[in-house]
Design a protein. Structure first.
Lengths: 264, 67
């Protein structure tokens, strides 16, 4: 089946995007990423530890940018300025790489997006040539505004980051998909495989997750489950589900040729 | 003597040194890093040419695991 996810003109076979945070070590990170089948991985940009040992393990060695498409994020940024600075550093760090994940948060308790700052940062980044995949609320009007600015993917939350609460408002996700032409990727809130499948069945173009995998008792097995869930949900969406028929049962077996009762 | 801030920590040097020398002193030569000086990106290719000045604020970053 030739069913590719296309982001900023580039084709991807996997519709599962995976974060690289919160794993036990880099070996587990790598094994989980491989089990998930993901091609796009998010990374964070942080200050170097000034006392860092030269031989300290490095994410870029375990997860080489030659094998995965990196999506540097702005996690932890609360202003447009900090997000833009972080991604300029990311572009320098990754040799001119321009595909980025913008997220500007509102407060540390909810990690809910600050859409005012997000819109401002998106404008600046697009004008500087970044290809911006943007984390946002599930507000369909803001989603459309972000597309109009030139973002290459809209990534609404399904529920709060790291909450594992699943898809709380499928109707808003559908409103976004009706309005937006670029890929819509559910980012945040997925807790288990069925959540990912539901997102894909709704018609989302992909799912991005981190804690659902890294926070599972067995992250590698959960990564495999998520791969299957995203594929199953996508196929179910493309196959077109049967209509729901409340109070209208329909037998699956033939109604003719049933043996008759021996009692009359 | 010059005083600079590196990742929020104050450091003093007897005299101005190049950014390349600073990176070497930090044990980061050859590492995948990016550097911002007073809010502006410093391309890696120019590290050897740029001298630290008193009051500079530097941010030196790496890629780490994140969602």
């Amino acid at each position: 089946m030739n069913d590719k996810l296309i982001i900023a003109g580039k084709n991807y076979s996997s519709r599962l995007l995976v974060g690289t945070g919160k794993y036990k070590d880099f070996a587990e990170t790598r094994t989980a990423l491989d089990a998930s089948g993901t091609e796009i991985v998010t990374v964070a940009i942080r200050r170097t530890n000034l006392g860092q040992k030269a031989d300290e393990p490095n994410l870029l060695d375990a997860v080489p940018p030659s094998e995965f498409t990196y999506l540097p994020n702005t996690a932890g940024c609360y202003t447009a300025d900090d997000a833009v600075r972080t991604l300029r550093l990311a572009r320098e760090l990754l040799d001119g790489h321009s595909l980025v994940k913008l997220e500007v948060l509102g407060d540390p308790q909810s990690l809910y997006p600050n859409v005012i700052e997000t819109l401002a940062a998106a404008k600046t980044l697009v004008s500087e040539g970044f290809q911006v995949m943007v984390y946002t609320s599930d507000d369909p009007i803001v989603a459309k505004q972000l597309e109009d600015i030139g973002c290459v993917a809209i990534m609404p939350l399904a529920s709060l980051i790291g909450s594992g609460m699943g898809i709380l408002n499928p109707w808003n996700l559908q409103l976004i998909m009706e309005r937006v032409q670029v890929p819509v990727i559910v980012d945040a809130g997925v807790g288990t495989a069925s959540d990912a499948a539901i997102a894909m069945e709704l018609g989302c173009d992909g799912v991005l997750m981190n804690t659902a995998i890294a926070g599972a008792k067995n992250p590698v097995m959960m990564a495999s489950a998520m791969k299957k869930a995203v594929e199953a949900g996508r196929e179910a969406y493309l196959a077109g589900r049967m209509p729901k028929k409340l109070y209208s049962a329909s037998p699956s077996s033939p109604t003719a040729g049933i043996i008759s009762s021996t009692r009359s | 003597m010059i005083t600079v801030s590196i990742n929020g920590e104050t450091r003093q040097f007897p005299q101005s040194i190049s950014i390349a020398a600073l990176i070497e002193e930090m044990g980061l030569t050859g590492k995948r890093i990016a550097l911002e000086r007073n809010g502006e990106i410093v391309p890696r290719s120019t590290f050897a040419d740029q001298q630290l000045a008193d009051g500079d604020r530097l941010e030196v970053v790496v890629a780490v695991g994140g969602g």
